[in-house]
Design a protein around this ligand. Structure first.
Ligand code: ZN
Ligand code: ZN
Length: 395
């Protein structure tokens, strides 16, 4: 009887353990890390956490109807017509309300474009051209690096409190939804230049240019455990999460009410602020500039990975694992030294060499000096010790 009871307890424990792993994927990873495996077990790929992570990142994005890869595992390169067709079907909120987030993102772009034409027609002067250039090329781009990229996705630094986080989040006109950027960017790092990479440059310019609609939104059929993993990726951003039931209804992490309200408040604030500084001339110029950036930034993912070819140069690009390259222009205007970044994704600094200006890093460092940033990670020393100096001594 006693034996039977023990057997029953062991069985219940196993059951509980199994269920916990289902509910919390992190526990699965932790369990792996703290469990001792035999040699044979170690060789079993199924037990490796990277394998688990790959699985999640292969699942988390909504696959396009043309698919990521064919039966032999090769990247599917859709035609231009297929990409355009997919783009419009995934923007159709009447066909499926779960398309609302990429639809909202493009509505923002459409709302910004008239400002750009108003700027061109009514306010074209030397000072507005200069303001448009600085705002679209430097301020919007650098903010994308500071906020969406280094903070929201890579957690390269932390804020002292949520007010500084809110301040940094709203430092510019709001254009790109955090959720679309963050989750898919994790996938980009996990599957760089492989099938499943949401902006795989090998599939062409249009594939990358329209990726925010065709490849970046989260899947609509995530399990509760998978959705909780999405919540873990997004939690620190301060963007409020849907419940799982709300996710099943809306197909997104963020709730439409919150997204629309924060968009409208952000735009109202910035239009009023620019108007007070420089009238409608400045307000229309900078809103137009934000629209120009919102369209132009889509070219970066294609170019930052060598337009699909291996364009890495010795002495410039040290990370050999993918096609990412360091380019002067995105580096100078936005701190996007992309090859360096793939080498040390969690670094709050990507410009390591003396000429590699990194405005995003200067902001983070300044905020640290002011006490707004609590902690940051910088991998400059590791870059010199493990990559730059060894390559110098070889040559
Ligand atoms: Zn990349
Ligand atoms: Zn990144």
């Amino acid at each position: 009887m006693c034996k039977l009871y023990i057997l029953f307890c062991v069985y219940r424990l196993k059951l509980l353990n199994f269920n916990l792993l289902e509910i919390n994927p992190l526990l699965l990873k932790k369990t792996y890390l703290t469990t001792k495996f035999s040699k044979k077990e170690k060789s079993n790929n199924k037990l490796k956490p990277t394998n688990y992570t790959m699985h999640f990142f292969e699942r988390v994005l909504q696959p396009p109807t043309y698919g990521w890869k064919d039966d032999s595992g090769e990247l599917i390169k859709p035609s231009g017509a297929q990409i355009i067709k997919e783009f419009f079907s995934r923007l159709n909120i009447f066909g499926d309300k779960k398309n609302w987030l990429p639809f909202l993102s493009w509505i923002k772009i459409l709302c910004l474009i008239p400002f750009f034409f108003i700027f061109l027609i009514y306010f074209l002067e030397w000072w507005t051209v200069l303001a448009a250039f600085v705002y679209s090329m430097i301020i919007m781009g650098t903010h994308g690096t500071i906020w969406h990229h280094r903070y929201c996705t890579h957690g390269a630094y932390t804020f002292t409190n949520k007010y500084w986080r809110f301040f940094t989040q709203n430092l510019t006109i709001n254009v790109i939804p955090e959720e679309i950027y963050v989750v898919s960017h994790h996938v980009h790092h996990s599957l760089s230049d492989q099938p499943g990479d949401p902006y795989n440059a090998q599939a062409g310019f249009l594939y990358c240019f329209l990726a925010d609609v065709n490849h970046q939104p989260i899947a609509k059929d995530l399990s509760e455990a998978e959705f909780s993993r999405v919540q873990q990726l997004m939690e620190h951003t301060g963007v409020k999460s849907n419940t799982y039931a709300q996710y099943q209804y809306w197909g997104s992490y963020v709730n439409p009410k919150g997204a629309i309200l924060s968009w409208l408040l952000n735009w109202a604030f910035w239009y009023a602020a620019f108007y007070l500084i420089g009238g409608h001339a400045l307000a229309c110029t900078l809103f137009g500039a934000a629209g120009f950036w919102g369209v132009g930034v889509r070219t970066f993912n294609y170019e930052g990975h060598g337009k699909g070819d291996d364009k890495k140069k010795a002495g410039t690009d040290y990370n050999q694992k993918d096609n990412s390259i360091n380019q002067l222009w995105p580096g100078f205007v936005a701190g996007e030294w992309h090859n360096n970044h793939h080498l040390y994704p969690k670094s709050a600094r990507s410009g390591f060499k003396p000429h590699q200006v990194d405005l995003a890093w200067y902001y983070i460092k300044m905020m640290h000096t002011l006490g707004a940033v609590k902690h940051y990670k910088c991998f400059k020393k590791q870059f010199y010790a493990y990559h730059y100096l060894p390559s110098k001594s070889k040559s």
